[in-house]
Write a protein that binds this ligand. Sequence first.
Ligand code: BMA
Length: 409
Amino acid sequence: MSRPYPLIRAALVVLTTCGLLLGCDQQSSSSGTATPTAEQRYAHKLSDKNATPATLALYNSLAGLRGQHMLFGHEDSLAYGVNWEGDLDRSDVRDVTGANPAVYGWELGGLELGHEKNLDGVNFKQMQEWIKAGYNRGGVVTISWHMYSPVSGANSWDKTPTVHELIPGGAKHEQFKSYLDTFVVFNEGLATTDAAGNKKYIPIIFRPWHEHNGDWFWWGKGYVSEQDYISLWQFTVRYLRDEKGVHNLIYAYSPDRSRIDLAKFESDYFYAYPGDEYVDVIGLDNYWDVGHQANTASADEQKAGFVASLKGIVRIAQRLNKIAALTETGNNRLTIPNFWTERILNPILAGEEAQQITYLMVWRNANSAREKSEQFFAPYPGQATAEDFKTFFAHPFVLFESELPPLYQ
Ligand code: BMA
């Protein structure tokens, strides 16, 4: 397994403790040893040059684990499960394995309208508590946003062209800013103040405007020009970072695999890419290669496609000195026997490249009684893949929350 970066990072730490050698102006500790700044310590830079030390540390910690470990994540894991709702400290993932996921996905859709609950019925105040609890246990937080259209008022699956009105010069630009402001307030609500009066923000892998190469969201291909999508993304980053001073975000870009031709992976992947200065995580949403109902390819062909798509993002990430992640994946209702080992773990471990992804996250386990539909991507006790999921959990390559090293220092 190749692991170049931990060595580089260790070397940097050694080098940068020698203030005289580098002529840097870091502070000296009381023992006289120079303390490197976060910028000096880390090999991987974020698009936000003023990112908080904890945010930069998280990014570099994930980079440092590459090739050795991959974090497992689950959307809405603590909020509800297939057969339960209302427990404040429970997860289908933990019911099966005894451990929480390492990465917690949360979703903001509806926050922009002042709703108390998101579009899937998760109370935002409670979501903040779950975010804090997961972070305090050492977990990783990632947030997506199925934003309602400020033009039509309908949800994110509405096809009314909207983006052109949101970007600077657009008729709904001010309203869009007020939508983004709701996240600024939400983010403030996650912060704590230390004894010295300094605010501490929770690092968040922020994943806006996802699957934009698909045609199912109003920010998707067909309802927005490539340039306007890029403007939307860039404005989102500049507004949060530069105008609102939000410095705890790691920006994840996540096109959908189903709209990428593997024969021209890079050109398809970079459709409407906002630019290296606006993206930190080279992500991919890939349901297509792991048993999507519309994919008629054989299991072997799908596995090959899965690996090829992961290699594609890993190569891009390596070239750009960023990290790669499988930002969404999963087999809805888990109908494939031994899904976790045969369709996820073994293909990832088969070569050196795919195993450089830093995390993967499966989507939510909808509560069957409330939503009256079967939709789940992680097993629950008794589910057909539960035993196989335990094997996946037990593999040293895969990290759940209880197995995480410190990621924020
Ligand atoms: C989708 C489905 C929907 C849900 C949405 C936002 O993929 O899970 O049921 O409303 O994500 O979480």
